[in-house]
Design a protein around this ligand. Structure first.
Ligand SMILES: Cc1c2[nH]c(c1CCC(=O)O)Cc1[nH]c(c(CCC(=O)O)c1C)Cc1[nH]c(c(CCC(=O)O)c1C)Cc1[nH]c(c(CCC(=O)O)c1C)C2
Length: 355
């Protein structure tokens, strides 16, 4: 089923992702739709988080909120990485002020039997595809629409810890104590992520980002043994699946937060774009990928947006100069914080555009 979508007017993001020349650096912000926007808080006060994700009209409305307010070069579909554990049959609650909670986490490998596999993504996650299609229509070609998924290790972390964690020690204990079960779990998640991302493209996503937000808890050895093979597998299988369905060539971004120890390996894992967090100097990242056809994305310190406007402008200038204006997508080095003033996000976006 091919959709008939309005023609894209601003393709800066897609061109930068493919390494093609751009007249100016594209910019978007991770978590650009969310709690720092009063219009989000207003809508969120009336609806439960996952009800919003599951209601295409509401998800589309929130996706469009930052696009109306700012001169952004991309929209990212409003959803969460934890819809995959839900699709596998796990309960996920979003508790205000706490974040996601999975009240019945996987406590031992035998709990994997409780997961509902195989997942039929159209049945379990069809609401995300409907939200993407509706949002793409409503965007009317203004900017491209990004789809996303959590990466397997990051999702495994939430499924075992039962929520966010300061150490990921329970999930890491699995890697050390139950390496084969860990691989089985990661494989099971990888299979869902692959189907989920291919179907997002069919529904209208124009670029896909894979969030490996929990890479920071691993080191080079665990990352290479457990996380990286899944990251590679997802890219090659999604690209092949998208091609097989005549959906065109879709750029893919990998953002492995905290994986400064594996920049070279990540840049060779098949993705078009590599996101980096603020702890890596842009010059170090460029050096790690020199000679390769890969675009870099990032990496302004989210806390840098607390600075006065002139200081944000000064730091953006330094960032853009260090990355260079080609093969580059400007973003923060992680999601924007809920207490950020929207005006400071605007200063950041406009500062990128002034270069
Ligand atoms: C891409 C995305 C995500 N969540 C949301 C979006 C869509 C909004 C956007 O980017 O514009 C909405 C999104 N997701 C959430 C919110 C706030 C919930 C609320 O309104 O109560 C919003 C707007 C809730 C959420 N969901 C999650 C957390 C982190 C918890 C922790 O580990 O301590 C939290 C707080 C899990 C999550 N969710 C996501 C990640 C990967 C990015 C990252 O590293 O930040 C992760 C780790 C991804």
């Amino acid at each position: 089923m091919a959709h008939d979508f309005p023609a894209l007017k601003n393709d800066l993001l897609l061109r930068a992702a493919r390494g093609e020349p751009v007249e100016r650096v594209p910019v978007w912000i991770m978590r650009q739709a969310g709690r720092y926007l009063p219009e989000f808080r207003e809508l969120r006060s009336k609806h439960d988080f996952f009800t919003i994700c599951q209601t295409p009209e509401l998800a589309a409305e929130i996706t469009l909120q930052p696009i109306r307010r700012f001169d952004l070069d991309a929209a990212i579909i409003f959803s969460d990485i934890l819809v995959i554990p839900q699709a596998l049959g796990m309960t996920v609650e979003m508790r205000p002020g706490v974040g996601p909670v999975l009240p019945q986490p996987l406590e031992s490998p035998s709990d994997m039997k409780k997961l509902l596999t195989p997942v039929n993504v159209n049945e379990q996650l069809g609401y995300v595809f409907k939200a993407l299609t509706l949002t793409r229509q409503k965007l009317a070609g203004k900017v491209p629409l990004i789809g996303f998924s959590g990466a397997p290790w990051t999702l495994m972390g939430y499924m075992i810890e039962g929520g966010g964690s300061k150490t990921m020690s329970k999930a890491k204990a699995w890697l050390y104590q139950h390496p084969q079960s860990s691989r089985d779990l990661l494989k099971l998640i990888t299979d869902v992520v692959v189907d989920y991302l291919i179907e997002q493209v069919a529904a209208g996503a124009q670029l896909l980002q894979v969030f490996e937000s929990n890479a920071e808890y691993l080191g080079p050895d665990l990352f290479k043994e457990f996380a990286l093979p899944c990251i590679r597998d997802i890219c090659s299988r999604v690209k092949a699946g998208v091609k097989a369905r005549n959906l065109g060539d879709i750029p893919m971004t990998i953002f492995a937060k905290g994986a400064h120890y594996a920049l070279k390996e990540i840049s060779e894992s098949g993705y078009d774009v590599m996101g980096i967090d603020w702890t890596v100097d842009p010059l170090v990242a460029r050096e790690a990928v020199s000679g390769k056809k890969i675009t870099l994305q990032g990496n302004f310190d989210p806390c840098g947006l607390y600075a006065p406007p002139e200081e944000i402008q000064r730091q953006v200038k330094t960032m853009v100069e260090k990355f260079g204006k080609s093969q580059y997508i400007a973003n923060l080095g992680h999601g924007i914080y809920p207490d950020m003033k929207p005006e400071h996000a605007e200063v950041f976006i406009n500062a990128v555009h002034s270069h």
